[in-house]
Design a protein around this ligand. Sequence first.
Ligand code: PRP
Ligand code: URA
Length: 212
Amino acid sequence: MYSLRVAVHLVDHPLVHDALAILRDAATAPELFRRMAVRISLLLAAEATRDLPALPVTVSTPLGPADGRRVQGDVVVVPVLRAGLGMLDAVLELIPSARVGHIGLQRDEMTAIASRYYSKLPSSLEHSVVLMIDPMLATGGSAVAALDMLRHAGARDVRLICIVAAPEGIALVEARHPDAQIYTPAIDRGLNEQKFILPGLGDFGDRLYGTH
Ligand code: PRP
Ligand code: URA
């Protein structure tokens, strides 16, 4: 279905999978769901930023000089509303200096086609590392729509961080944005007739915010 022309980074860390198992569990209430969304997002964002450029520095400890490295360069975080907001604080905890853009997309409940209702992106994305955060990559329609907008705004290095991906979504991103990079801990079986990921975790936004 997809050929791995698009870079898919499968994040295989026990703490990531621990949080994912709790997120998947239908018995997990919104409070714990939100905490696990933050925890897993921190770990995934750390992986997606592994190659950020860093400059050598020398700092003074109380006992003398020590060599170190400080992260350089512009990082832009773009949550896809609304579910992506559940991942934002975690990424900003890691990279407080990041600029933040917002993209609002909503899947139609009948057709699963995403339509845009909001967009506000920072300027000058050409040299930025853009972390697009959206927990669910299902049909890929939302991801492709968001990637189209980011490319149109000039972004070149875009890394999509998601919590569960379906093969169909990866295939669509690969077909339309083969130079994007995808970071995910899980590639699930596929989609059901309503285009929900199987086994997935249900509707992420509803579980995060307690809406049904
Ligand atoms: C969910 C999810 C993704 C999208 C994935 O959002 O957060 O954005 O569906 O599905 P796709 O790959 O088939 O496009 P939804 O549209 O339900 O909105 P919400 O975040 O406001 O709940
Ligand atoms: N959006 C979700 O929140 N879950 C899915 O399984 C698919 C789209």
